[in-house]
Design a protein around this ligand. Sequence first.
Ligand code: CAO
Length: 556
Amino acid sequence: MSNTIAINLPDIGDFDTVEVIEVLVKSGQVLKAEDSIVTLESDKASMEIPCPQAGVVKEVHIDLGDTISQGSLLITLETSTQEVSTEATQEVSTEAKQDKTSEKTTQDTPTNTKTNSTQTLSVVVPDIGDVETVEVIEVLVAAGDELAAEDSIITLESDKASMEIPCPNAGKVASLSVAVGDKIKQGDEILQLTTQVTTAQAIATQAIAIQTTSKSADIAENLPETPKVQTSNPASQSASQANLQSASQSNHQAVVNVTPQAEFHASPGIRKLARELGIDLGHVKGTGTSGRITGSDVKGFVKTALTTLASSNVGASGLPPMPSADYAKFGEVETLELSRINKLSGKHLHACWLNIPHVTQFDEVNINDLEDFRQSQKAKGIKLTPLVFIMKAVAVALADNPRFNSSMASDNQSLVLKKYINLGIAVDTPNGLMVPVIKDVPNKSIAQLMADLIDVSARAREGKLSAGDLQGGTFTISSLGGIGGTQFTPIINAPEVAILGVSRSSVKPIWNGSDFEPQLMLPLALSYDHRVIDGAQGARFITQLNALLSDIRGLL
Ligand code: CAO
């Protein structure tokens, strides 16, 4: 025999009215006792209302956005008050197909399910996908624990992913069959669970059987994807151990297969958590009642994503890592530990190179006049290298082109223009590259700059630079002119936006309009951040440098 009962909103505490923010059931849907019917939200909290009894939803009486209060009719539920029997199955099944002529509506409260007896069930490992055996890395329950359906019981880990296994039923843990470190597979027993067998639960089993035999289209549409339950002995009086094992397995299959991407059920708290973590819940498989997404599902999703990322062929930068090789296979090798400076500067240079869209603009400067002047000073015992003239020229060009003396604001939406000009000078030291900063360059003479350069480069090589010597730069010059090479592309020293590379000058035949003349040409390479500096601005900057260095009278 079956009844149609009304499920009303129970006492919800201090709230007079609450809003329906999610309807979790549909007409024809099979519910177990405690399955959530609706999510409600007041200005202070949100809550899910569970169904007090198992059965099949006959009609849903609420809609999204409804404002309801204690006693409001939520759903009508077809259920049975009889002991489960084959006849009962037939009877309810017939009613389900026949448009229900003899309905009896009774009021119900969340506490009126009847307890008949207890039974001990074996909870086993469900279908866990492609993996053969997995390791138990966490046992989340102990003998004697009272569990709600869907409480996580163990965490399993394969080489690809980790997953929490939910308990298919509510009950008390009678004994544990696994321990941390065990290797287990699908079908292995996890624990023994003592459950209360209620009339409602027995009916739920029957209801699944009814759905299986019914040809009704609207009921078929709501069939849970639990083929193993459907094919297991549906007419038995109480759920056998085999049935529950199947239920557990198919429950997991439902988790894998059922939830459509666009439709998912999750409480506001879980939705908020997902928003904070930037997770699209459409990709998370729900393991809660009716496929609801639980906190464990979200955590599991994140864990799996991180594990997959870590085990995938992708480095932290998002780039594929370089393959490692066994160099010793081909001959003798020696391993040389990188210096602390190598490690630090390497990390910084890598970040700069990856983060900044670099453009390098080249030019050659005729420095015949500069060289004549330099040699004349040398003859007087005054040492001046080309670099100090370059520093002076750069300071003038920076003053005229403030974008080159700027940094991108941290939100990448504006530029911080610096009203001071401090030049970082790359210095080659036995321990690696260092970049001391020579401050206030526009206000220093060529001679003073030379003295500063000698001082900082000496201290850099002796490891005697202070933290202050390395800070406050606005633009960097890297000069390899004393060593050699024709050109190179310097890496911008972020947060600066440009850098000048200087290579070794050499005498070249330059066409003067009628003849080739030997001229001393100095190669320059200007790398700039293309987010900050346009190509035309880069070309103008290097052209101005060229003019200043070709005719040094403006610098002296
Ligand atoms: N073309 C031709 N000759 C040059 C030159 C150039 N562009 N630049 C310097 N020289 C000459 C100098 O005039 C000097 O010769 P004289 O004694 O006859 O005048 C000689 O080369 C050596 O100069 P220097 O290198 O000692 O002095 P500097 O002022 O040019 O440079 C410093 C100083 C500290 C920048 C330099 O010693 C240095 O360490 N350079 C390496 C920078 C570096 O490693 N950059 C790469 C960074 S990215 O890895």
